[in-house]
Design a protein around this ligand. Structure first.
Ligand code: ASP
Length: 280
């Protein structure tokens, strides 16, 4: 059993050591809980559970603590993918729900599995999700100061369960100050992808991740026989050619965990029950 999570990037310019420490501590606590949950649950259940914990932590840009867009509204995106049956579901630009990843989970059983905007919100309400404001004082302050301080701190989780099944979830408040209607990579196969061979979650500039088809490309390379390490390396080499800014975490079906970033410092934690690995 393996679990790896990320909380996006540290913003090099504006985040204090204290914030960094808080993020590290939060990730440690969350990965511990996620690993404990994994003892009695599937990979799919665990990525949803763990991503909820990340969404509920105001330090990260997903769920509570999401960035505010150019028109003053918060729109969030989240997706999950179950590796064993290759089913993807997600919500794009959903407003006023506490946990977008839970709405994505509900959609997994539907015929129409990716919903956006008002349709996603209406579906969530019909499924019993109450309206909830994810705005925090911190984000309001940043918005009023036109500070894009934590623009890259999406969250993600990849899990391999005891039966060898893989799953992935990714959730984001977007990049902050974006044009309303902009679509993040997080609820696309570029930012969140899994099959029975490998599962990947990305963070960084959504447009770069989409240009590089990151998650989908790494998974395809592993499926075609490359090691996870060389699949990451090749894909990030290609990203460099287009000057892309991104990071990714992943696990293959053999249990190899890997992560890579085009720029320092992706915030991640990985755990296999024995050894906890942290970013830098
Ligand atoms: N990838 C996200 C987006 O562009 C941002 C992030 O990872 O922080 O919407």
């Amino acid at each position: 059993m393996k679990i790896i999570i990320h909380g996006g990037f540290f913003s090099e310019s504006s985040q204090s050591d204290e914030t960094k420490q808080k993020k590290q501590n939060a990730l440690k606590e969350i990965i511990d809980k996620g690993f404990e949950f994994l003892q009695t649950h599937t990979a799919l259940e665990t990525v949803v559970y763990t991503t909820c914990l990340l969404e509920d932590c105001p330090l990260f840009n997903a769920g509570i603590g999401s960035q505010i867009q150019a028109d003053g509204k918060i729109r969030m995106s989240a997706a999950i993918m179950n590796g064993s049956d290759c089913r993807f579901s997600g919500v794009i630009n959903i407003e006023k729900v506490q946990n977008p990843v839970l709405v994505a989970e509900k959609l997994l059983k539907e015929e129409d599995r990716v919903l956006s905007g008002q349709g996603a919100k209406q579906y969530a309400n019909a499924q019993g999700f109450e309206s909830f404001s994810t705005e925090t004082e911190e984000r309001k302050k940043e918005y009023s100061m036109k500070l894009k301080s934590s623009k890259t701190s999406t969250v993600g989780c990849v899990v391999l369960d005891r039966k060898g099944k893989l799953a992935v979830a990714t959730s984001t408040g977007g990049k902050g100050f974006e044009i309303p209607g902009r679509v993040s990579d997080s609820a696309t196969i570029a930012g969140n992808f899994a099959n029975k061979h490998c599962a990947i979650s990305c963070t960084g500039v959504g447009e770069d991740i989409i240009n590089g088809a990151l998650a989908c490309k790494i998974v395809t390379r592993v499926t075609d026989g490359q090691t996870i390490e060389s699949a990451f390396d090749k894909t990030f080499e290609e990203l460099k050619e287009i000057d892309g800014f991104a990071g990714a975490i992943g696990i293959d079906v053999k249990g190899n965990m890997y992560w890579k970033e085009s720029h320092p410092k992706i915030v991640f934690a990985a755990y296999d029950g024995e050894e906890m690995t942290f970013f830098d």
